[in-house]
Design a protein. Structure first.
Length: 72
């Protein structure tokens, strides 16, 4: 599996949580422009959160399984 396929699988399984991260990332910059994490960035944020906290213990195990399938 490629890294892209890995991230797609993570999104397929945890899309609701990832979309929530994306929504929560919305901010208005000083110049009035806005920024929001796209799905790819939010997926990376979710993976990082899972790997560095105990907030999603079941996801931590599943992501480790998926990561082990990445062609290296």
């Amino acid at each position: 599996m490629t890294i892209r396929e890995f991230k797609e699988k993570v999104y397929e399984e945890y899309g609701e949580e990832i979309n929530k991260i994306s929504e929560e990332s919305k901010k208005v910059n000083e110049d009035g422009s806005t920024w929001q994490a796209d799905v790819g960035v939010a997926t990376d944020m979710f993976i990082n959160k899972v790997e560095t906290t105990d907030e999603y213990p079941e996801a931590k195990e599943r992501i480790a399984e998926l990561k082990a399938e990445i062609d290296g």
